[in-house]
Design a protein around this ligand. Structure first.
Ligand code: FAD
Ligand code: FES
Length: 484
């Protein structure tokens, strides 16, 4: 699965960490959040080292649609409700400032990343809903207005337009941002003990540690597992498909997202909680919609990704936990991680440099209001369901019964196992207990992967870790692949 971004940009490889180093700041993760934060700190005069488990930009950032906007879908009334008007206004101001910060950085450094200024829209048919959203966005300081009959595939009655937002090529941007930074690739951080980061090939000692690894993988302290889950969605890049100007997202759940990249239309949709894709068919559903709207289109690429979602819809950016004042986190971007990453860079740089920031309190991970507590209780419910399944649910299939090309939970040699039978009839068996906190993994037929419904860890059918919070591969209870 390659996105249009990774097909059109090569970032030169970096070596892995060898031995022990000391630095002022260690950043874990070379995605959009980690690299922007590292770059801001380095410019502020700090000595920074970035540790990346795989390659620069190889996490979720490689699969984004890279819209840079402070209009986060149908967000304004929801944020006012969850955060109160004053904090919601600061949330919006921080994101508007992030859009400007991209523009300024790209201009100042002459970064060739195909930045285009454009309008952002959220569209739908419910006039009252969109009128109220336009009014709320304007109250929060966005240049928002209501538009009638927007010209988009499938049509819509109304849209809220926010002017002067942007889109770009995220990996070309990261390539330029990463150039002056000290980055160790293929260096997963296994453990963090206060100021020491342990990897298989060396240790980093740092005054400050930034967790920009998408989902924070240290469970205690912080308890992020109780307040962050992940949601996936799917993208098709289409040739020969008419694309409206601007960046678009549907107001209704199940709505579609559109943007243009060169001659391609990027059509997104099919969001769901990671680990809850039992029936699959998300790419097929998008393809059917594309065939209806653009019968002459051709698919140039398809991909999917996931992002971290928080209890109140605002990211967690700031100190990791009270007991670790020298650890920081940037997570929970709710599929708006381009501006979220820039907000993280500004807030964390100010914090580490000892400067006040007017937006810090809105994003602080230490916040806990009534809405958040309710959502946390909901997360607990999901975890209990996942754990109960692991303990009590009996396998429903025998390996012999699985058709080729399918996966499922079966009884194999007297044990519960996750099994994928490939097109040649070879069985690949893994332990379906998630190494993060033990929930039962679910088969994802679209990606041929094992996904965790609790916090969204993913593994390929051989058990190799795709993304965390889990940090280990799946064990092989039956330790084999065999023919059936
Ligand atoms: C389909 C889809 C479309 C999206 N479109 C948009 C959009 O148009 N606009 C927008 O604003 N947002 C969008 N988003 C959200 C955005 O893409 C993400 O929020 C953002 O890319 C997250 O960046 P990140 O740096 O936090 O994570 P990542 O890019 O995942 O980076 C984290 C890095 O940490 C590394 N890592 C993990 N664990 C370790 C470890 N133990 N040691 C060392 N390294 C580690 C990983 O390998 C990874 O490279 C979209 C999301 C999805 C799912
Ligand atoms: S990701 Fe937490 S238990 Fe699986």
């Amino acid at each position: 699965m390659e996105s249009i971004w990774s097909k059109t940009c090569n970032i030169p490889p970096r070596g892995a960490l060898r031995g022990n180093v000391e630095t002022e700041v260690a950043v874990i993760g070379a995605g959009m959040a980690g690299l922007l934060t590292a770059a801001a700190l380095q410019k502020a005069g700090k000595q920074v080292v970035v540790l990346e488990a795989n390659r620069i930009g190889s996490g979720q950032t490689r699969y984004t649609t890279a819209k840079i906007t402070a209009q986060h879908g149908l967000f304004a009334r929801k944020r006012i409700q969850a955060l109160g008007e004053d904090r919601a206004r600061r949330y919006a101001s921080a994101n508007l400032a992030a859009v400007e910060a991209y523009r300024a950085l790209i201009r100042a450094e002459g970064i060739d990343c195909e930045l285009e200024e454009t309008n952002a829209y959220v569209y739908g048919d419910d006039r009252r809903q969109l009128e109220q959203e336009a009014e709320a966005e304007a109250r929060l300081g966005l240049p928002a207005s209501l538009v009638r009959d927007p010209d988009i595939p499938g049509g819509a009655a109304w849209a809220v337009r926010v002017e002067r937002q942007a889109q770009f090529h995220p990996l070309k941007f990261l390539k330029a941002v990463s150039e002056p930074l000290t980055i160790y690739e293929a260096t997963p951080v296994r453990r963090v003990e206060h100021h020491r980061l342990l990897t298989a090939s060396g240790t980093v000692r740092a005054e400050h540690v930034v967790f920009a690894c998408h989902y924070p993988f240290v469970n205690f302290p912080g308890l992020y597992f109780a307040r962050v889950h992940q949601e996936r969605s799917y993208v098709l890049a289409l040739e020969n498909a008419r694309c409206p100007d601007g960046i678009w997202i549907g107001a209704e759940s199940g709505g579609y997202s559109f943007r243009r990249y060169g001659d391609l239309l990027l059509l997104g949709g099919g969001g769901h909680r990671t680990g809850e894709n039992h029936a699959g068919g998300h790419y097929e559903a998008l393809r059917m919609q594309a065939a209806r709207w653009f019968p002459d289109s051709r698919e140039a690429a398809h991909w999917s990704a996931q992002d971290c979602m928080t209890a109140d819809g605002a990211p967690y950016i700031g100190p990791y936990a009270k007991s670790r004042p020298y650890w920081y986190v940037a997570t929970g971007f709710e599929k708006w991680g381009m501006t979220g990453s820039m907000v993280s860079a500004t807030l964390l740089c100010d914090r580490i440099c000892g400067r006040e920031n007017p937006y810090a309190e809105v994003f602080t991970p230490g916040r806990l209001d009534a809405e958040a507590v309710r959502a946390i209780a909901g997360e607990g419910g999901h975890a209990i369901k996942g754990l109960t399944k692991q303990l009590l649910q009996l396998p429903i299939e025998q390996a012999e019964q699985l058709p080729r090309g399918h996966g499922g939970i079966v009884r194999l040699h007297g044990k519960k196992a996750g099994v994928y039978k490939d097109e040649n009839g070879v069985i690949h068996a893994v332990d379906v207990r998630c190494p993060h906190l033990g929930c039962q993994l679910e088969w994802n037929p679209d990606e041929k992967s094992w996904d965790c419904p609790c916090h969204g860890s993913r593994f390929d059918f051989r058990g190799k870790l795709i993304s965390g919070p889990a940090q280990n591969e799946l064990k092989w209870p039956c330790a084999q692949s065999m023919d059936f």
